[in-house]
Ligand binder design. Structure first.
Ligand code: NQM
Length: 371
């Protein structure tokens, strides 16, 4: 008999994947990673022998545990598996999957709640980031239905508000890992002419390299399919990523999922800026939550590559930054001193999530015999 591991399949924002109680997984990290790869069916582009969805956005895993830390209600560890990769990356955060952590904990009895809404403090163990998650309740569970709508997910659902605390320098050593809002970098490689390009290296929850689409001959308004089909552009972006990562102090990131690459262009749908995000090798169908937070921060950063392209929100609306992406808009609310880079703002945004299925993932006994 294979080993059966209790699991809920969940949508978190615009991502999807299995969620586990950490106590139900092997405690040894190498064995845990083998189990997760087997559960997802990786490495295999289609993940045909597992429950992964064959795309980075549906090849994500949530691992949830009770917290022993004072003032923390729940701990969440995000794990990224690339469909055709054989590694489990727990270094960067994922704000979309984080949205499903509290609903998972309520559904599995790890947390209890009453009333019409509740707020829980969650520790994202990937980077030690804290977030306050407020959700609409019904009978102690995430409410079944609501009017919250996020671009990239059809229909409406119960609102989950995430307020991130202390996002700056999540994986990098600081908000601006090169110490500057803009760097010029020369990139050379096989199959394309060498080029020099202005970039902003920034990490306000997600390490990003932001660049002007026009500087790589793109409009920035291409569809996801067009960008994924443009192998030369992707090759140049990957060469830029490998080189920028060195400047960001991240070392060799050839096998890592960060930094993510964000191409920007002037807005054209009432947003502050238009984005196309590479995560890192294919284009995101929308944009990651913390990637949006980080772009929103760059919009307010004087001298960044967004400066001059973005329509920077002003006055009473300055803290609300709508980011355009291929599926619509993601609006980030930068509370506190939103325009001061020496004191990075707290950030809040709206997500939805849902339990899609409950059951057990079956993993061959040869990989793990169980508890
Ligand atoms: O940036 C995709 C996603 C993400 C990450 C990615 C995310 C975030 O949309 O916080 O949510 O960057 O690989 O799930």
């Amino acid at each position: 008999m294979p080993t059966a591991i209790p699991c809920l399949l969940m949508r978190g924002g615009t991502s999807k994947g299995p969620f586990f109680n950490a106590a139900h997984l092997p405690q040894d990290v190498a064995t845990r990673d083998r189990v997760l790869l087997a559960a997802m069916g990786s490495p295999d582009r289609r993940q045909i022998d597992g429950i992964g969805g064959g795309h980075p956005l549906t090849s994500k895993i949530g691992i949830v545990s009770e917290s022993t830390q004072a003032g923390v209600d729940l701990e969440f560890l995000f794990a990224q598996v690339q469909p055709d990769g054989n590694t489990v990356d727990t270094r960067p955060n994922c704000g979309n999957m984080l949205a499903a952590a509290v609903p998972f904990a309520l559904a599995t009895g790890m947390l209890q709640a009453e009333g019409e809404s509740a707020t829980f403090r969650v520790l994202a163990r990937n980077t030690g980031m804290l977030a306050d998650v407020t959700l609409a309740l019904s009978a102690g569970q995430l409410a079944d239905g609501g009017s919250a709508c996020i671009d990239g997910v059809p229909g409406t659902a119960a609102a989950i508000e995430i307020c991130f605390l202390e996002t700056a320098g999540s994986v990098c050593k600081s908000l601006l890992p090169t110490g500057r809002p803009r760097d010029r970098i020369a990139v050379a490689g096989e199959g394309y002419a060498p080029f020099s390009i202005d970039i902003t290296c920034i990490d306000n929850g997600m390490p990003l390299v932001i660049f002007n689409a026009a500087d790589l001959g793109a409009s920035g308004y291409e569809s996801v399919a067009e960008l994924d089909a443009n192998t030369e552009l992707r090759r140049r972006i990957e060469a830029l990523r490998l080189q920028a990562a060195q400047a960001m102090g991240l070392g060799d990131v050839a096998a890592k999922n960060y930094p993510k690459m964000t191409m920007v262009a002037p807005p054209r749908q009432s947003g502050a800026i238009c984005t196309r995000s590479f995560i890192p090798h294919v284009c995101h169908e929308s944009i990651g939550v913390l990637a949006a937070v980080t772009v929103g921060t760059a919009v307010h950063l004087p001298g960044s590559v967004c400066d001059g392209l973005a329509l920077r929100p002003k006055g009473a609306d300055a803290a609300t930054v709508p980011i355009e992406h291929p599926s619509g808009l993601m609006t980030v609310r930068l509370t506190g001193r939103a325009t001061q880079v020496d004191a990075p703002p707290q950030v809040a945004l709206l997500r939805t999530a849902r339990v899609l299925m409950r059951g057990e993932v079956m993993v061959p006994k040869a990989i793990w015999g169980g508890q």
